[in-house]
Design a protein around this ligand. Structure first.
Ligand code: TYD
Length: 197
């Protein structure tokens, strides 16, 4: 059996960079590591990313993210059963945190969101929340020169952050202060992962 590690956090919190860095280090130690992400880049995930669904309610969008997760979960289980270390950039907490936050006055309630994926999700060995003030993370996203997505505005991301912290309490996620220098953040993440490998 391998392991299943999830990194969560608001946009610009450094998840993707951390996933790649952690994978490189663990691979150099001889581990078989797979990095994956949600939304996925295939099928339903690609459909979500394309924006073709248009402006839909937070609930309808939650169902799309959940459908993508359902398909993705089968491949995660397969990789973990084959002995691989799977590092996943976002999983069920992203839907709970983002789609419960008010976007254009619309939000889905947390109990409904938490219930959506409960019947099928793979239980992560660790969920690591990269926590930081969205004012700082938005600066980082801006510095990358990326186009702002509809999710990237300060009041919305403040709600997402609060929802993440509540979820961390409820589910026992590991919370890492991601506003510190990248090296320190990476070393905390590695320590958490090594404890569960
Ligand atoms: P993101 O991790 O930023 O992907 P990338 O770095 O490849 O662009 O995810 C894209 C957006 O999707 C991000 O703003 C968060 C949002 N999202 C949700 O709202 N709910 C979800 O369940 C997931 C997985 C992502």
């Amino acid at each position: 059996m391998g392991s299943f590690i999830v990194l969560e956090g608001i946009d610009g919190s450094g998840k993707s960079t951390a996933c790649a860095a952690v994978a490189e280090i663990l691979r150099s130690e001889g581990l078989d590591v797979e990095v994956t992400a949600e939304p996925t880049h295939e099928g339903i995930g690609a459909f979500i990313r394309s924006g073709a669904a248009g402006r839909i309610s937070q609930r309808a969008e939650s169902l799309l993210f959940t459908a993508d997760r359902y398909e993705h979960t089968a491949s995660i289980r397969e990789a973990v059963s084959a002995g691989r270390v799977v590092i996943c950039d976002r999983y069920y907490a992203s839907t709970a945190a983002y789609q419960s936050a008010k976007l254009d006055g619309d939000s889905a309630d947390m109990a409904w969101l938490r219930g959506l994926c409960e019947p099928f999700v793979a239980e992560p060995d660790a969920v690591i929340l990269l926590d930081m003030d969205p004012a700082v993370s938005l600066d980082r996203v801006g510095a990358r020169g990326e186009e702002e997505s509809k999710f990237e505005n300060l009041p919305f991301l403040r709600q997402v952050r609060e929802a993440y912290l509540d979820l961390a309490d409820a589910y026992g996620f590991e919370v890492v202060d991601a506003s510190r220098p990248a090296g320190e953040v990476l070393s905390d993440i590695l320590q958490i992962i090594r404890e569960v490998l």
